[in-house]
Design a protein. Structure first.
Lengths: 275, 107
């Protein structure tokens, strides 16, 4: 089995290397990309898409198909992490609880009776037990600002460096910070596993759905000027808004995937206590 | 204006230099974290303040907004850097690293 895999990998690698022979020379000014494509993007992207940031225009509009599958790759990474690591069946284990008002810790062995509903006890991690007032307070203060900045990065991708991927990562990092500073259960209480999975799918669906909507209206896949009739705009600003919609989809997918991967890796798939 | 900017930058530089020397010369983990956490925060604070003032050289409302953003960076560094140092020290204590004392060295 491993031999077959090795042969397939070597063969496909060789094929890829062979295919690179057909590429134009590095930085060749006479290559088709430099002759026709780049000047078109540089001169026309503003009047065609009304997006000042050239990179965003190329990434999400001219090459939207490519970016759609980049989002799908990230989604696949999240799903692969979930499939490999998540353990659904849980053996009874030791748990630690803390009496909130006195700070007395109790240790319950092998799935004994658990004061789960009680308001006087809170569950604590086996590794990380103290009260961390400083870290908790500062993180609680900082997380809203981080999330606000992430939304700014996503929404401002047209005009400045940024966009869905970066903003999504920052959003995901804010939730991961919550999981690190408090504990994993607090973070999963805010964003439970089902919601994360759903958001992951939703992000990719928004992207692909926008493309399919363009196809339904009657233009090419991901040709956002088709959205002009839906958004009641002229085709040029429709392309700009189409990029924004797609970026939001990317942001949601990336955010959910980051949290998903963190949860699975840090708790070894058990979801009870993380780092 | 220029004098203020230069003074702020030089003060920041002094703090950074002190922090760097401290990280290199101090004997153990906790004492090294002390300059790393404190002097870097203060040094970047001074430097950022200098940059913010320099940005107002030609006063426009846009420049004022940029300076306010720079000061916002200072605020966030001021909040997050000591917290990070605190948590690193906390982790060191919990991992069982004993602080350095002079007595131990003589033995």
């Amino acid at each position: 089995m491993r031999m077959i895999a090795l042969i397939i990998i070597v063969l496909s690698g060789g094929l890829l290397l062979y295919a690179t022979q057909d590429f134009p020379q590095w930085a060749d000014p006479a290559s088709p990309a430099s002759l026709h494509l780049s000047p078109h993007y540089i001169q026309k992207s503003m009047e065609e898409t009304s997006v000042p940031n050239l990179v965003t225009a190329v990434l999400a509009d001219y090459r939207g198909f490519d970016t759609m599958f980049e989002t799908t790759v990230i989604f696949c990474a999240g799903v692969a992490c979930f499939m490999l690591l998540r353990i659904s069946r849980q053996t009874p284990e030791d748990r630690y609880y803390r009496h909130i008002s006195t700070g007395v810790t109790i240790h319950i062995k092998d799935g004994g009776k658990i004061p789960d509903k009680s308001k006087e006890f809170e569950r604590i991690d086996t590794m990380w037990t103290p009260f961390d007032l400083v870290i908790k307070t500062v993180c609680r203060f900082l997380i809203p600002f981080i999330q606000l900045f992430a939304l700014y990065v996503i929404a401002h991708g047209h005009h400045s460096p940024g966009g869905g991927f970066q903003g999504g990562v920052i959003l995901g990092a804010s939730i991961i910070l919550l999981a690190i500073s408090h504990n994993l259960r607090t973070a999963t209480k805010r964003m439970n596993e089902k919601l994360i999975g759903l958001l992951c799918v939703t992000g990719v669906f928004i992207y692909a759905g926008t493309g399919a909507l363009c196809l339904l209206i009657g233009l090419n896949f991901l040709d956002y000027s088709a959205l002009a009739s839906v958004l009641f705009l002229d085709p040029v600003s429709a392309r700009s808004f189409g990029i924004l919609i797609v970026e939001i989809g990317v942001g949601i997918a990336v955010m959910a995937t980051m949290i998903w991967i963190y949860n699975n890796v840090s708790s070894a798939g058990k979801y009870d206590e993380g780092l | 204006m220029d004098i203020v900017v230069t003074a702020l930058l030089v003060i920041g530089l002094v703090f950074f230099t002190g922090g760097g020397v401290g990280i290199l010369r101090l004997p153990d983990f906790y004492t090294r974290l002390h300059p790393a956490g404190k002097l870097d925060t203060l040094g970047s604070l001074m430097m950022m303040m200098g940059v913010a003032v320099f940005n107002l050289h030609h006063f426009t409302w846009g420049a004022l907004l940029t300076s306010l953003k720079i000061i916002l960076i200072v605020v966030f560094i001021f909040l997050s850097s000591p917290t990070a140092t605190h948590s690193i020290v906390d982790a060191g204590v919990r991992a069982g690293l004993v602080p350095w004392t002079k007595k131990e060295r003589r033995e």
